[in-house]
Design a protein around this ligand. Structure first.
Ligand SMILES: Nc1ncnc2c1ncn2[C@@H]1O[C@H](COP(=O)(O)OP(=O)(O)O)[C@@H](O)[C@H]1O
Ligand SMILES: Cc1cn([C@H]2C[C@H](O)[C@@H](COP(=O)(O)OP(=O)(O)O)O2)c(=O)[nH]c1=O
Length: 196
């Protein structure tokens, strides 16, 4: 099982992944978490480029698109191996992030053709103003105008793909965690009514 948390910067992905991992482990499942970009060589290069003032330029967005795809490629074997060992994989971001942050979208789809399609995408939908408030502003993407476009792109993707479930990330952490559990429970035959 390959589950992905998506959402704009500061939506609560890292926070919720830890809750979800613990809950699934309490229900008897083996769980591994991964994050994009990785902390490997390509991922570290990406994080450096994200702080450049021209990070949102057309050329840099194409460069970043290629680098994110290269960084992701390495993860595909890891996901395959974990799934073969019946381990649940929960990822902080996926190729959907490239589709909503980079452009042109048809080209991004092309260079990510290798990427595995998640069984479930939990889109943590947060108000853009809250996102900017929560972020430290180190990367160029963390501005209201850019993230407004990203949020719209996410919602468009959720309308086009039936593996997406939208979670209201404007609520407190416990309510968000409860909504995520209710969305995930059916995949694991866990009783939804037992979730507080
Ligand atoms: N539901 C929430 N309500 C208020 N603050 C939150 C919530 N979830 C996370 N935060 C805070 O917002 C910031 C970003 O959370 P994080 O989980 O790192 O988001 P992401 O991984 O999506 O960037 C952190 O300071 C975290 O403590
Ligand atoms: C995986 C991925 C991330 N990103 C962006 C989203 C974030 O702004 C940044 C990742 O930096 P990060 O600090 O991990 O942000 P977040 O905690 O919000 O995930 O890279 C892309 O633009 N394309 C991608 O394919």
């Amino acid at each position: 099982m390959y589950i992905v948390l998506e959402g704009i910067d500061g939506a609560g992905k890292s926070t919720q992944i830890n809750y979800l991992k613990g809950w699934l482990e309490d229900n008897g499942f083996k769980v591994e978490t991964i994050v994009e970009p990785t902390d490997l060589e390509v991922g570290n290069l990406i994080r450096q480029l994200l702080t450049r003032s021209d990070a949102t330029s057309d050329t840099m967005q194409k460069t970043l698109g290629l680098l994110f795809a290269a960084d992701r490629l390495v993860l595909m074997d890891k996901i395959e191996k974990l799934e073969s060992e019946r381990t649940v994989v929960i990822s902080d971001r996926s190729f959907y992030s490239s589709l909503v942050y980079q452009k042109p979208q048809d080209w991004i789809r092309e260079i990510n053709k290798f990427a595995k399609i998640p069984d479930l995408v939990l889109l943590l939908d947060l108000d853009v103003k809250k996102s900017v408030e929560r972020c430290d502003g180190t990367d160029e993407f963390e501005n209201e105008e850019f993230l407004t476009g990203v949020k719209e792109n996410y919602l468009a993707l959720s309308r086009e793909n039936d593996n997406f479930k939208i979670i209201d990330a404007n609520n407190g952490p416990n309510k968000v965690a409860s909504d995520i559990k209710k969305a995930v429970a059916p995949l694991f035959d866990i009783c939804v009514d037992c979730i507080r």
